[in-house]
Design a protein around this ligand. Sequence first.
Ligand SMILES: [Ca+2]
Length: 213
Amino acid sequence: MRIMILVLSLMVGMSLGNVPFETAQPVIACDVINHDGKQLLFTVEGANDTVYSPHLKMHLKTGSVIKIYQIDAVDNFIEDTSVVDRARINQLDLTCIYQNEMRSAHPWLITVGQSDDDAHIEVFVGAFRATKYFSAETRPYFLEYRNGVIVRRWTGSRLNCVAFSDAEYVDYDGDGRDELKVVEHDFRNGKPYCQVGYYRLYGFIPQRLIFNR
Ligand SMILES: [Ca+2]
């Protein structure tokens, strides 16, 4: 249910009406979700900087704004929201229904899902910033889209590990609710290691349900 946008290319000739989706703002990451009979596209977009994660030893291209679009053409709905590609999105008729400036958080990843009993949409954003006690690294932002706005649920310095390189809402255990799958990175005895953890918010606190590696 998530599409990481890692390259900017291939979009020549693809357009949204007369305005190519890509040209208005560079799209860094996006995800699509079915919601209340509609389809919504969540994006991280806008020009910002490229940051370097000392723990992941990789560069991350960041955006400046979170936007939500309604996909208008009913007969154009995305059938499988897990495999939507960038070219497909550029062919859709989109109406921007919300945007939220997040430049200072340096967002580089977004994934959306439904992990509890209410109708609000869970939104997880990969941010990158320093905190009071830690130097700049990837930061988990658990947000929620409710009543037409994005609100903060839980933002913290880290989950189980120092950094994460990917995240995606998926229904891991098949119970109809999405868990947040996070690819996390840490050091053990001085050596880097990676694990995949599955999280869900209980109240306002993320709890790891299981990790499988
Ligand atoms: Ca589940």
